[in-house]
Design a protein around this ligand. Structure first.
Ligand code: HEM
Length: 167
């Protein structure tokens, strides 16, 4: 929120509209606040927090690559988050990508892993982040420190690496 003041302002305006000034948000407010939900979603791929590795139980071939039994396969979550196959301008922090008539890929499809060992805490994690984000955003205006005068507008270049098209 400190890096993207315009996002914070929109989220606060939405909370104010739905919750008002006299109480904290509750889970019952979630449905009425699609922008805040999209903000929380956008934090997940913007800087993926958990690396995932699986071990091949048997020999396998994937896209022409031979993967011997016992190989540790590391999932490139960050690469998926920056893939232009799934996202337009993936390095831009843009919650509205999930609010379009045809929303871009829900990042919960990959940030929580895949298959049998998929994170069993994914819904709890999303809801816990949501209620924290809702409570903090409704109560505080987050800003950079006074000494950080470098970026006073949205810091769109903070994670602006080359886009990947290979995933
Ligand atoms: C934003 C928060 C979280 C992220 C990004 C995350 C991500 C992940 C990922 C990527 C895996 C590996 C999945 C795989 O191997 O395919 C995992 C596994 C796991 N997660 Fe989470 N997780 C989060 C929060 C939580 C929470 C809140 C809990 C429990 C309350 C939890 C419990 C677990 C457990 C038990 C596993 C191991 C599952 C297994 O190996 O069968 N996680 N998580």
């Amino acid at each position: 929120m400190a890096l993207f003041p315009s996002v914070q302002e929109k989220a606060q305006a939405e909370i104010y509209r739905i919750v008002g000034p006299d109480r904290l948000p509750t889970f019952d407010d979630q449905e009425g606040m699609p922008y805040l939900r999209a903000v929380v979603l956008e934090t997940l791929p913007w800087s993926p927090s958990v690396p995932t590795a699986h071990r091949a139980l048997s020999d396998d071939v994937y896209n022409g690559y031979f993967i011997p039994q016992g190989t540790t396969v590391v999932l490139n979550t960050w690469g998926m988050s920056r893939s232009t196959k799934y996202y337009q301008n993936p390095s831009v922090f843009d919650p509205e990508r999930y609010l379009k008539p045809e929303p871009e890929l829900d990042p919960r499809e990959f940030v929580f892993g895949f298959g049998r060992r998929l994170c069993p805490g994914n819904e709890l994690a999303f809801q816990a982040i949501w209620i924290m984000a809702a409570s903090i955003t409704s109560s505080f205006k987050l800003k950079r420190t006074v000494n950080d005068s470098a970026h006073l507008d949205d810091d769109v270049n903070r994670f602006n690496f080359e886009f990947l098209n290979v995933i």
